[in-house]
Design a protein around this ligand. Structure first.
Ligand code: T46
Length: 135
């Protein structure tokens, strides 16, 4: 599991909160061509359940808490994201499932390429077949 730590800036006044920032190719190791977010999701909901053929992504929970399971056939790990200054790398050929732990948690995603449905593998058996061929 690969986690990125992003810079955090605070002032002396705790009421002003903090500011996190992410610079493409500095704080994530790929060019960012697309940013999207998932909002309004209820606790207990599962999203994802697919892999990408080539896409690289960083998943960041900017509010709330979201559990993410990564399955590369060789390895399966689960991580709870709840810190806006932490990004989880999801590389190609990684089956990923996100489970919302808290209502209205917000998932922000930085992606290395534009949306392309052809890059998705949405069938788990097909994912296993392709992943075993490439490992
Ligand atoms: C991923 C996880 C972390 C678009 O038209 N453009 C976009 O940029 C995206 C991301 C999605 N869509 C469409 C495709 C579907 O018709 O939005 C709809 C919902 O997408 P999906 O069911 O794939 O959503 P999630 O939450 O299961 O997965 C999303 C991303 O699609 C996926 O790439 O890795 O978040």
């Amino acid at each position: 599991m690969r986690l990125f730590k992003f810079p955090v800036r605070r002032t002396d006044n705790p009421e002003e909160g903090c500011l996190q920032f992410i610079e493409a190719e500095r704080h994530v190791p790929f060019p960012v061509k697309r940013v999207y977010c998932s909002t309004g999701v209820s606790a207990g909901c599962l999203r994802g359940k697919h892999a990408h053929r080539a896409l690289e992504q960083a998943l960041i929970c900017v509010h709330g808490a979201i559990s993410v399971t990564l399955d590369t056939v060789a390895d399966r790990t689960t991580c709870i994201l709840s810190d806006p200054a932490t990004g989880l790398y999801v590389g190609p050929m990684t089956w990923h499932t996100m489970t919302w732990i808290k209502d209205d948690s917000v998932l922000l995603v930085l992606a290395s390429d534009y949306y392309d449905e052809a890059d998705y593998i949405r069938d788990y058996d097909e994912f296993l077949r392709l992943a075993r061929r490439t490992t």
